[in-house]
Design a protein around this ligand. Structure first.
Ligand SMILES: C[S@@+](CC[C@H](N)C(=O)[O-])C[C@H]1O[C@@H](n2cnc3c(N)ncnc32)[C@H](O)[C@@H]1O
Length: 240
């Protein structure tokens, strides 16, 4: 199997093409609604790819510093290029090529970590969550979108909202393509269940875990927060 660095270096232009559109950005915004508590001051976007998720976060939280990280040189080059061409006004954002397992940040230096389609790709998810826990402040929050093992393309297609198609057929087509490819790649790399996500989050010290289905059942949103002393919290699930 190709390692992630090589895979996403090779796939960066195609990936950029299908995800640089309004519906994808709307889903990043939807993920941000899971934020609880005070506005974050420092945010890390894990596996930021061509930067779409990080640009949305930097716009949503103009008072915060946002750092997008990715293992792929090509993805970071695209993020930097898009930043200087189209988002130069976002001075609160920068990108860094680094591996989740070698994060060069001080412990307890971010209060929000996000990953839009990231954890499922990693070979050692427990170690990745420990690395994230280490850089988050004592009450820091982690929000992820992951592929749902219980979803199906057939039912997602059946229940899809088609209202955007007449006004934005290109974005709708690109979005449909991104979902098909996500299903194919996640079928090979491994999808998540609510139970797996809860177990991983709890083992890494996150409490207040909330899991909900999204993307017509194809995705799972998961959010958890660290607490100074507790590893348990209110655990809720609104999964299909
Ligand atoms: C599916 S893409 C998601 C991109 C972006 N978040 C978005 O919403 O479009 C996953 C990204 O994770 C990155 N990645 C994979 N393994 C990584 C690792 N070990 N450390 C950092 N980034 C990694 C890949 O290079 C890829 O760009």
């Amino acid at each position: 199997m190709l390692d992630n660095r090589l895979l996403f270096n090779l796939a960066s232009s195609g990936y950029d093409f299908i995800t640089n559109q309004g519906i994808w950005r709307d889903h990043v915004r939807e993920m941000a609604t899971l934020l609880s508590g005070p506005a974050p001051r420092r945010i890390i976007d894990l596996g930021c790819g061509p930067g779409i998720s990080a640009f949305v976060l930097a716009e949503l939280f103009p008072e915060a510093e946002v750092v997008g990280i990715d293992i792929s040189e090509s993805m970071i080059a695209r993020s930097n290029e898009r930043h200087s061409r189209h988002f130069a006004h976002l001075s609160n954002l920068h990108f860094l090529r680094t591996d989740i397992y070698e994060l060069p940040f001080a412990p307890r230096s971010f209060d929000l970590a996000t990953g839009h389609s990231f954890l499922y790709l990693l070979p050692d998810q427990k170690a990745a969550l420990s690395a994230i826990e280490e850089i988050l402040t004592a009450s820091g929050q982690l929000i992820l979108l992951e592929p749902n093992a219980q979803g199906s393309l057939r039912s997602a297609t059946w229940n899809a909202p088609y209202h955007r198609f007449p006004t934005d057929p290109l974005a709708s087509t690109r979005f449909a393509l991104s979902m098909i490819l996500w299903r194919v790649v996640s079928g090979r790399r491994g999808r998540m269940t609510p139970a797996t996500l809860r177990e991983l989050f709890t083992a890494a010290g996150f409490g207040n875990i909330h899991i909900a289905t999204t993307l017509n059942g194809l995705g799972l949103h998961v959010s958890g927060r660290l607490f100074p002393s507790a590893t348990q919290g209110d655990q809720s699930c609104s999964c299909a």
